[in-house]
Design a protein around this ligand. Sequence first.
Ligand code: ADP
Ligand code: MG
Ligand code: MG
Length: 247
Amino acid sequence: MLSIKNLHASIDGTPILRGINLEVKAGEVHAIMGPNGSGKSTLASREYEVTDGEVIFKGKDLLELAPEDRAREGVFLAFQYPVEIPGVSTTNFLRTAVNQVREYRGLEALDAVKFLTMMKEKMKLVEIDQKLLSRSLNEGFSGGEKKRNEIFQMAMLEPSLSILDETDSGLDIDALRIVSNGVNLLKNENTATIVVTHYQRLLDYIVPDYVHVLYKGRIVKSGTKELALELEEKGYDWIKEAVDSEA
Ligand code: ADP
Ligand code: MG
Ligand code: MG
């Protein structure tokens, strides 16, 4: 589904990603972990200047697609810091977004009744309050409400690939539960998820098939869930030391 090859990227001329290789197949959950500043959010956001390498999603060059076209192709990106859009309710925002995606996929636009039916179904799935959906998108939302809303958007857009960048701290136990329930409920053999996290605890809820450690812009170690547990126990220093002594 997703193939990242030798991705090098810079921000303001500073190399941040320095040769990322990652293969994600349908049905898989990958966790990207790593110390602060290692490039996790950069990798998830794609707000950078690519200097080498490629990112292929379902046979298409993702780097060539505008953000809205990536969304239409079925890539969902949940930001570490979700944007607020004053004056636009989640409902209106999503109605436009869902119908754009449907049009792109050659499906009929949903009329008001069908859209509402879909909303109700997905609202139940992620346990979100309808009142939240009629308010301006993310404006004045608490951290937990933003997370819930993000997962709701993901449920509505039915992406093939979801990339979730979690805050390094401040995710309370409710937010963790919401994010992980959503991800687990939407998981099937046709979808894939990449979860970016600084801490192991999220992975108690979302069990990853693969865990990758990002350090200094490279994936320096890959493993299974056991690697995340090892990191929880030992921290990142042993990995940093091994990489730094090689350099
Ligand atoms: P992580 O999510 O792993 O904590 P980030 O991807 O946020 O790491 O950051 C990786 C590196 O890129 C850090 O050294 C950070 O300071 C740098 N960086 C991120 N955004 C910018 C920016 N807009 N301008 C310059 N440097 C940046
Ligand atoms: Mg960070
Ligand atoms: Mg980050």
